[in-house]
Design a protein around this ligand. Sequence first.
Ligand code: TZP
Ligand code: MG
Length: 218
Amino acid sequence: MSSIHAESIRKHLKLYFIMGSINCQRHPVNVLSDAIAGGITLFQFREKGPGALIGQAKLDLAKQLQKLCQEHHIPFIVNDDINLAISIGADGVHVGQDDESAIIIRKKLGTHAIIGVSAHTIFEAKQAIQDGANYLGVGPIYPTQTKPDAKAVLGTRLIQELRTKGIDIPLVGIGGITTDNAADVIQAGADGISVISAIASAASVRNVAALFNQNLSI
Ligand code: TZP
Ligand code: MG
């Protein structure tokens, strides 16, 4: 990866909003639109869990959300679904440890795609870097209700450890991040934070996104 690409990704990770239809109390297009107005810097379409859309409905929503992102120059990342990402020309994908390796995904998506990988240990982080991941999602940092199968809570320890070891790949913390604890995640060495419920379920999506932004500008 060229370093210009890496530095551009690092900047986009600052306030990384993730959601799918089941995380939203209003139409996802309205939620994303408000989140963009509040200043999110990256978006991941994560249409997953009980009641999630599938097939044509999932494709249609992906296209609507992607269009909104394109209008605001916000990269659009797809969770897990490599074929969906290819079919709509998404900017990248985010995968977990049980998904295909970044090596295979890179072959499918090409050099310019943004590939993010979830890491829960130093070993997983190093492997993802070796496989060509552009950024890591490290977590869960704090307890979360959003992912029932989330692994053990890490706190900010792994982020600190990665940075102490000189691993400088762009990375975000994920899991239970709120406007109150976001700055601690950055302080530990993350380039940004990724958030589902604190933004998607907020009474004012726009205001909460803006408050995150304010609290991250440290
Ligand atoms: N991966 C680790 S924790 C998590 C994911 C997808 C859920 C994050 O959601 P929230 O609502 O921001 O805690
Ligand atoms: Mg996955």
